[in-house]
Ligand binder design. Structure first.
Ligand SMILES: Cc1cc2nc3c(=O)[nH]c(=O)nc-3n(C[C@H](O)[C@H](O)[C@H](O)COP(=O)(O)O)c2cc1C
Length: 204
């Protein structure tokens, strides 16, 4: 089974990528998933959606077909989002515009949000409210909000607030175990065929 970590920050370097790398390591350590990939939105690899996406323009197919194949091969996702001005970064929302149920539908996803201060709750609310309707991604009831991110998950222990660091490492590890259990369960749901219905191609 494959899991893809989507790192939602446009910046290089970013704390979101640091967190994503930690999550990749934690996923590889548990061995539940046989393949772990990070897809980073750093440096804006995806142009903003335009009508060419729906018209199958060659420039979009060249860009999106390989990405679609990578995402379709995934059984689960971790969506890592920083809080930027109280929002999810535009590049991450654009990612959801460019993805469909063929890539994400009825697959579990863990939300992990990141803030250098006390933020991080707005992107959780935004993702849960407006990122899954048509692509039918299934967010777990659990999520992780990493506040004061610069003081946790650093390789050098001297840079970490030790109590907070231990807490987040343990909480992330537990949430990744839950993600794996959902990935196993939802594979059966997809394979049953019940999720496909030509009458109801979009969510309400
Ligand atoms: C454009 C921008 C807006 C930001 N707005 C917020 C905010 O509203 N709330 C917050 O807690 N942090 C905010 N931050 C700080 C981020 O929490 C901080 O940059 C953190 O490292 C996560 O972002 P990163 O993954 O891009 O590094 C903002 C950062 C940027 C670059």
């Amino acid at each position: 089974m494959k899991v893809t970590v989507v790192s939602g920050s446009h910046r290089t370097p970013s704390q979101s990528m640091k967190v994503s790398e930690h999550i990749r390591g934690a996923l590889e350590a548990t061995g539940g998933f046989s393949e772990v990939e990070i897809f980073g939105l750093n440096d804006n690899p995806l142009p903003l959606w335009d009508q060419g996406v729906w018209e199958g323009a060659a420039r979009w197919s060249e860009l999106l077909d390989p990405l679609r194949a990578r995402l379709q091969a995934s059984d689960a996702f971790v969506i890592v989002s920083p809080e930027w001005h109280g929002q999810v970064p535009a590049g991450l929302k654009n990612f959801f515009l460019l993805c469909s149920a063929r890539e994400l539908g009825h697959k579990p996803a863990l939300i992990v949000t990141v803030s250098s201060g006390d933020g991080g709750s707005y992107p959780v609310a935004e993702l849960r409210m407006s990122s899954y309707k048509n692509n039918r991604l299934c967010y777990l009831p659990e999520h992780v909000i990493i506040r004061n991110v610069e003081r946790v998950l650093n390789e050098d222990a001297a840079d970490n607030d030790s109590a907070a660091d231990q807490y987040f490492r343990a909480r992330i590890a537990w949430n990744l175990e839950i993600l794996h259990a959902y990935a196993l369960a939802l594979k059966g749901v997809r394979e049953s065929g019940i999720t496909h219905n030509d009458l109801f191609k979009n969510g309400m």
